[in-house]
Design a protein around this ligand. Structure first.
Ligand code: SF4
Length: 221
């Protein structure tokens, strides 16, 4: 398994190059982005983040002070904007109540404890928590998303029905706990899932994982 995961990584990296993910200017912005991107494309998140910045709402204090409806108005492109505004208020309340608004204090926690604390916040599920741990805190927690699940299923490394943690463990048991590697690997899987390993009709011709992936043979049957 270890050699297959490393081979997949090297092939994707050779095909797509470095992805420079996550595109947030500050750790707080990464947290905001990780919540806003739930069930929506990154293009919509970018529009919402730009609006929040223009309204000077990109800080814990500003989010805490602003009424929920006010925040919701500026994140409308991300759909479920009322619920997401509630989630932004919840994460800021958690940060201020438990850590005095200090992200450095929060991120000083050991990785497992940090992840557990985040998961206890309203609106933060496993993928969002791991995105914050990896991309905002810079700690090694592999991010599993729908692209990861789809690609690994087609590669027959998983059945596709495994719980999140089992898929994450597959990576973390077989790869070194390297933040840069986890960062790039996740970003490459997203790129591959968006560009080639599409949900309905994957573009298997000239896929960089050709020869590793049994899916094209089955697809032709
Ligand atoms: S060969 Fe096809 S199914 Fe397999 S990873 Fe590539 S695009 Fe996806």
């Amino acid at each position: 398994m270890r050699s297959r995961l490393i081979e997949i990584y090297h092939r994707l990296y050779a095909a797509y190059g470095p992805q420079h993910w996550w595109p947030g200017e500050t750790p707080f912005e990464v947290i905001i982005g990780a919540i806003l991107t739930q069930q929506v494309s990154w293009t919509s998140v970018e529009r919402a983040i730009t609006a929040l910045k223009q309204e000077r709402l990109m800080s814990p204090d500003a989010i805490a002070r602003a009424p929920q409806e006010h925040i919701a108005a500026f994140i409308r492109p991300t759909i479920y904007y009322n619920e997401k505004a509630k989630k932004l208020k919840a994460v800021v309340e958690f940060l201020q109540t438990r850590y005095g608004g200090d992200l450095t204090a929060l991120f000083a926690l050991p990785t497992a404890r940090l992840r557990a604390e985040l998961l206890a916040v309203h609106g933060i599920g496993e993928e969002t928590a791991d995105s914050i741990v990896l991309y905002a805190a810079g700690k090694p927690s592999f991010v599993v998303d729908a692209y990861t699940r789809r690609i690994l299923t087609r590669l027959e490394l998983i059945t596709g029905n495994e719980p999140y943690r089992r898929i994450q463990k597959l990576f973390m048991d077989n790869l070194p706990p390297d933040v840069e590697l986890y960062n790039e690997y996740h970003a490459l899987l997203v790129r591959h899932g968006k560009e080639r390993c599409l949900k309905r009709t994957p573009r298997c011709d000239a896929c960089p994982l050709h020869g590793l992936c049994p899916f094209p043979r089955q697809y032709r049957r």
